[in-house]
Structures are given as structure tokens and as C-alpha cells.
Design a protein around this ligand. Structure first.
Ligand SMILES: [Zn+2]
Length: 51
């Protein structure tokens, strides 16, 4: 399953579940000072039709 995620600040990422979670956690830590957990990341991510 592929996902895409747009942060409230406009930052975007996409890829498989593990990559999106990893990218979003790093982005949150670096930019917002908060590291979201896996459930929070996936709640914000949108599945895409790409395999
Ligand atoms: Zn952001």
C-alpha cells in the first residue's frame, strides 16, 4: 500500500507505509519538535492507488 501525506505546514511525502511513517516522524521532530506515532501519521496519510 502506498500513501501520500501533506503536513499542515505544506511539507509532503509519499511512499510505502514504513517510509511515510519514518519521513513524517523525522519531519515532525526536525520542524515541529513533536514526533507523531505511527497511528497519528497513518491517520493523516491518504492511501494512493499506486502499488
Ligand atoms: Zn510540517
Amino acid at each position: 500500500m502506498q500513501y501520500e501525506l501533506t503536513c499542515e505546514c505544506g511539507w509532503q511525502t509519499n511512499g510505502d507505509e514504513d517510509k511515510v511513517v519514518r519521513d513524517a516522524q523525522q519531519h515532525g521532530r526536525d520542524i515541529h519538535g513533536v514526533e507523531p506515532n505511527r497511528e497519528q501519521v497513518l491517520a493523516m496519510a491518504r492511501p494512493t492507488s499506486q502499488q
